[in-house]
Unconditional design. Structure first.
Ligand code: ATP
Length: 316
């Protein structure tokens, strides 16, 4: 039986700007997305029956049809019924290392790995664009997770423009284990509080970010100006998440006081900061654990990566 093991990278948002509300309930965004080498492992094993099974030992990850990785396999079975019949179903095991509900696109990258893996297992020959289209049917971050690297994402997040890879940088991530933020809640609250009036009328909300300002960070990335990139990190969703989650605000302030400004990734509650060396990253981790000696606080040191889904091993 065929089997594939894939590694699926988490992402961070170096920049997240909400341009406006869309009638379909989504938002027009300008984001700079970056893959990092914090990965889940996804094992796919071919089955003789036309069934999809999913296993994950993480208590917060659903093991039923609501899992995004399961949905990805079901979508492939629906779109390619001949291949599903010919090759049979699939048994999916998720080895979870990316924190759940953390703003790091854990579910989206698992779904991307299943699309990439089944494309290989079922010998479909789909190209990146076709996989990204299928990904867009599952969630706004999935098209990015198919390709990864450093990207400008617009629309709902599905229109992707590759940016030059940022040279050697390290990421310190911090998250309270018991804390998670619903992405849907964060966007709905933002819409309710800041986007109720005409989005072109900036004075009505007093919100200065109703036009895309991502150009500044994009040109800093193009010029490889790391100092400027660090200064231009931005996330509009902090406006709604920080007042409700004081622990996230405190994390942000601690990073700041260490001279290493941190921002929230996606809808949080993970806060990250960038450093130039692994030594500096480790020093930040140590200083942060001394400043907040809370056993509920998890921290990781990771590195930017230019890919998202990688095949670790396979048997045909
Ligand atoms: P995003 O940044 O894409 O909004 P996130 O990183 O904030 O996502 P996820 O880790 O994807 O959040 O989890 C969000 C919710 O999705 C979880 O509460 C979990 O119940 C559900 N979920 C469904 N499938 C998965 C999966 N494969 N991995 C993790 N969570 C999943």
């Amino acid at each position: 039986m065929r089997s594939y093991s894939l590694l699926a990278s988490a992402k961070i948002n170096l920049y997240l700007e909400i341009i406006g509300a869309r009638p379909d309930g989504y938002h027009d965004l300008a984001m700079v997305l970056q893959s990092i080498d914090l990965v889940d492992q996804i094992d796919l094993c071919q089955l003789e029956t036309n069934t999809i099974y999913l296993h994950c030992s993480h208590p917060e990850v659903p093991q039923d049809e609501s899992n995004l990785a399961y949905k990805a396999a079901a979508l492939m079975a629906e779109k390619f019924p001949d291949a599903f019949t010919k090759y049979g179903g699939v048994d999916i095991t998720i080895h979870k290392r990316i924190p759940v509900g953390a703003g790091l696109a854990g579910g989206s990258t698992n779904a991307a790995a299943v699309l990439v893996g089944l494309n290989l297992m079922w010998e479909l020959g789909l190209d990146q664009k076709q996989l990204q289209y299928l990904g867009s049917l599952l969630g706004s971050d999935v098209p990015f997770c198919i390709v990864g690297g450093t990207m400008l994402a617009t629309g709902r997040g599905e229109y992707l423009t590759p940016l030059p890879p940022i040279d050697n940088f390290y990421v310190v991530l911090a998250k309270y284990r018991s804390l998670s933020v619903s992405t849907a809640w964060a966007y709905q609250t933002y819409r309710h509080q800041y986007l109720r009036s005409n989005v072109s009328n900036t004075s009505a909300t007093g919100h200065p970010n109703l036009q895309a300002y991502s150009g500044k960070i994009v040109s800093a990335i193009a010029r490889q100006n790391q100092m400027q990139i660090y200064q231009l990190l931005h996330n509009d969703l902090e406006r709604v998440v920080l007042p409700i989650y004081p622990q996230v605000q405190q994390l942000r302030e601690e990073f700041q006081s260490l001279g290493c400004p941190g921002i929230m990734s996606g809808s949080g509650p993970t806060v990250f900061a960038l450093t130039k060396s692994p030594t500096q990253a480790q020093q930040v981790v140590e200083a942060l654990s001394a400043a907040i000696p809370d056993p509920d606080l998890d921290m990781w040191v990771s590195q930017g990566t230019n890919s998202s889904i990688r095949v670790l091993s396979f048997e045909n």
